[in-house]
Design a protein around this ligand. Sequence first.
Ligand code: GLV
Ligand code: MN
Ligand code: MN
Length: 407
Amino acid sequence: MRFGTELLRQSDVLAQFTEDAPRVTRTYLSKQHRQAGEYLIGLMRAAGMSADFDALGNIVGRYEAAEPDAPVVMTGSHQDSVRNAGKYDGLFGIITAIACVKDLHERDLRLPYTLEIVGFGDEEGVRFGATLIGSKAMAGRFDPAWLDKTDDAGVTMRQALADFGGDPDRWREVDRRGKNVIAYVESHIEQGPVLLNEGLPVGVVTAIAGGTRLNARVTGLAGHAGTVPMGARQDALAAASEMVLFVERHCETHAGLVGTVGKMSVQPGAINVIPQEVLFTIDVRSGDDALRRAAVTAIRAGCAEIARRRRVAVDLADFFTADAAPCDAKLQDAFAQAIAAHGIPVRHLQSGAGHDAMEFPAVAPTAMLFVRCGNNGISHHPDETMTAEDADIGTSVLLHFFENYRP
Ligand code: GLV
Ligand code: MN
Ligand code: MN
C-alpha cells in the first residue's frame, strides 16, 4: 500500500505522546505536545521540508515552490487532543499532508505554490478553555487576554508558553493575513457515520457548523443532608440537573441543533452536604447561525426560570462563539474532481464538528476533505478508527488535489 500502512503506524507512534497512558490525552503546551511536535518536524524534514515551532507552539513546515515569491497554500490540522481521545482526530490531517509532500519530493516535483503544513498547538481548548488558539492566531483573532488564562493547576498560558520554548510576546507574528496565502485546505477524519453508512471512503465538506460555548454557575445554599426538609432546600445540583435536561429538550425539539453539557463540578462535593455551587459548560451547535442564537436565548431564559422557581442564582457567560463557516465553492469542486478521478462517487456533507478550517476564511478561501470514520463514526473516544485503505485513498485524493490545484 502506498501511504495507508505507514500513516497508521505513525498514528500509533503519536498516540504514545500522552499525558495519561494508556489513554490518549495531549493538551496544549504539555511535554507530550512538544514530543509530538518534534516527531512531526522530523517527518517534515525527512520529506524535504523546512520545519519548526512558531512562537505559539504551532509547527510549520514549508515545501518551497518551483519559483521564488510564489503564493502559499496552507494545509494541516491540530496536534492536541481531547481527554481519552482517539488517534486520528487532528493528527491525520498533518501526517496525510506530510505523506503527500514526501511523495512529491521523492519524484523531485515542485508545485506552482509553496505548500505549508501546520500542526496547530491547540484546537480542542482542553487546557485553557480558549479554543482554536493556533488557527485564531493565524487568522488575526488571537486575544492577548488569553495569556492570563490558567489551567487546572493555576499555570498561566503565558508561563506555559515560556516553559514550552515559545514566546508569548510574539503572538502577532503568527498572523497570516495579507501574506500571499491563496488557499487553506484541511483533511480530517469525519468523526461521524455519514460516509460509513453510505460506503464511501471520502467526502467534500460544504460548511462547518457554528457553535456557542457557555460557562454556567448555579449558586444555592449548602446545608445538612439529614436535617434540611426537602421543600426548604436551595440545592444547586438539583437545579443544574434540570437545566441540563432543558438544554437537551430544547435541542432535541429543534431540528438542526445539537447541545451538550460535557463538564460539571459540584461544591462542596460531599455525600452529606446539600450542593452549594455547581459549575457546568454548555456547547450548542448548528449549521444555521440564527437557529443557534435563538437556542442560546431560549436556554438563558429557561435556566433563569428554573433558577427562580428553585430559589438559586444562575449566571451564564459565553466564552466562545464561532459562526458557521461555508467552504469555498471552487475548492470544493477541486476536491470533487480529485475524488471523481479515483472512481469514487462524490458526496458533499456538512461538518458538525469544529475544525481549524473554520478560522481560515479570514485568511484565504478554505475547504475540507473528510475521510471515513469506522466503528459507527465514533470519535472523541478511544474507539475512533480509520482503516489503512481509507487513509490511503484520502491521501491519494489530497495529493491529486495538490498536484492539480493552480493558483
Ligand atoms: C472539536 O473537535 C470540536 O468540534 O469540539
Ligand atoms: Mn476533536
Ligand atoms: Mn479535530
